[in-house]
Write a protein that binds this ligand. Structure first.
Ligand code: MN
Ligand code: MN
Length: 476
């Protein structure tokens, strides 16, 4: 044996891929780009995932919990939580108390939301006040075209879906930056102060409304109210009953002359959501263990809330699953105990993105431990801050088992850390799954410019992320 064989070296996956995998990676990215363009916010993801799931034979889990459909091996179910979070499961042959194989991604992304009373008028420009959601660099959101996505609940019980700014003939919305000519003071400020939170006000209109009636409202805000009423039948008060998210009105596209990368908004964490979804849709044989995807909301603000990963909705799923299994298969076991055992025995891939090495900012990465674009799915045993603070850590026994499955069919993967130790940090839903007793490891696609209006991934990493989740479902 030569000493060379003892060394571990990573290289870009394209070098070792055969033509079939290269072709598959290129064609996989087409569906991903369509998904990014269709699903910018969590509600849109749930709508799209539900449609794809139904097309692939999944049925509403509520029909199982109500006792209308028996829970048998091979059944495929989806369960939706308040139109923002979702579980898909392919029921396996084993007792769910033996554990599941799960992949969990999040559907929310950093963005800007409308405040409860958004509309106002200032010197004949109508504007809307906003509050940012998640960790954004505020200065990145000015002078880019923006779109409005969301819903308004009307008092008559109907819900209006809002989507303005994505179609070719739609208007877009903008938060203006200050011109450099008058920015001598601004450019000397700290980056976090260059644009203030109170300054993230978007242009809603500039054409005034006027009428013959001297008592009637006039001006640019009046005209915005008139237009909104014509289009959606709403009044200003209805913003109190709205969830409207402001996202970049930028379509996802290939990046680079060779089209080797993908640019688009909210790839954190749509890339893991899409690849996990495609993986579970590809399960063609009834698995031994139940395989499930968990799509959570509110990860970007700490996973709090009843649609976030800290909600006990996931525990309820285990309970309902075990209860239905017992009834449908005439098994005498306590559903609560079975659910607890099921969680403890579950293997969970926390499917979230990590930072890719960026040649423009080499100083923030440890070059031997960073994830690199093109080197495949990136695993992280721990996330958190400084001395492993605020995070769970996967055991080497668990990770070895996962890696063995991937190595068998030569899936490129890299075990990484996000950034130099004291440069910053981050978290995922992993720790909330370990709270339930599960074995968990983070793994997902490396991203450039994470949390910016236009994030970038490598096509080949997206493809191998999908293959890794699929192989986990099939062979782990
Ligand atoms: Mn994420
Ligand atoms: Mn994030």
């Amino acid at each position: 044996m030569s000493i060379k064989e003892l060394e571990y070296k990573r290289e870009v996956a394209w070098y070792s891929m055969d033509d079939a995998h290269k072709e598959a990676a290129h064609s996989f990215s087409k569906g991903y780009i369509d998904f990014l363009n269709k699903c910018k916010i969590e509600r849109e993801c749930v709508t799209e995932i539900k449609a794809l799931a139904e097309k692939n034979g999944f049925v509403d889990f509520n029909s199982v919990t109500k006792g209308e459909v028996p829970l048998k091996a091979g059944l495929k179910v989806y369960w939706i939580n308040r139109e923002k979070a979702m579980i898909l499961a392919v029921i396996g042959k084993q007792n769910p108390a033996d554990g599941l194989k799960m992949v969990g991604a999040h559907l929310d992304a950093p963005r800007i939301d409308f405040r409860p009373q958004p509309l106002y008028e200032d010197h004949d420009i109508a504007l809307a006040k906003t509050r940012y959601y998640g960790g954004i660099k505020k200065y990145q959101w000015v002078s880019v075209p923006l779109a409005l996505h969301g819903v308004i609940c009307k008092k008559d019980g109907t819900k209006v879906v809002i989507n303005i700014g994505e179609e070719a003939d739609d208007p877009v919305f903008v938060i203006n930056d200050l011109l450099p000519h008058l920015a001598y003071e601004q450019v000397d400020k700290k980056a976090s102060d260059v644009i203030s939170a109170e300054g993230l006000n978007i242009i809603m209109g500039s054409l005034p409304f006027s009428s013959e009636d001297p008592d009637e409202l006039k001006g640019v805000k009046a005209n915005v109210l008139k237009l909104l009423n014509e289009k959606y039948g709403i009044s200003e008060r209805d913003f109190n009953f709205a969830e409207i998210e402001i996202v970049p009105a930028l379509p996802a596209k290939y990046v680079g002359l060779d089209k080797g990368m993908i640019g688009g908004y909210a790839q954190d964490d749509k890339v893991c959501a899409y690849t996990a979804l495609q993986a579970i849709l590809q399960i063609d044989e009834t698995p031994d263990k139940t395989c499930a995807c968990y799509f959570s909301d509110r990860e970007e603000v700490g996973s709090m809330g009843n649609t976030g990963a800290r909600a006990n909705w996931l525990e309820n799923f285990f309970y309902e699953l075990c209860n239905a299994y017992n009834i449908s298969n005439d098994v005498k076991q306590d559903s609560g105990v079975a659910a607890r055992r099921g969680m403890f025995n579950t293997a969970f891939l926390s499917a979230d993105v990590t930072a890719a090495f960026d040649p423009n900012f080499p100083e923030v990465s440890d070059l031997t431990n960073t994830a690199y674009c093109g080197m495949g799915i990136a695993f992280e045993k721990y996330t958190g801050h400084r001395g492993k603070g605020g995070a769970s850590e996967a055991s080497c026994e668990f990770f070895t088992g996962i890696a063995k499955v991937l190595d068998e069919i030569k899936i490129p993967w890299q075990l990484t850390e996000m950034g130099k130790i004291e440069k910053g940090g981050g978290g995922t839903i992993a720790q909330y799954m370990t709270d339930l007793g599960m074995d968990v490891i983070d793994c997902g696609t490396p991203v450039l410019g994470m949390h910016s209006p236009y994030e970038v991934t490598s096509k080949v990493d997206v493809y191998w992320t999908y293959k890794a989740y699929l192989e986990f479902f099939k062979k782990y």
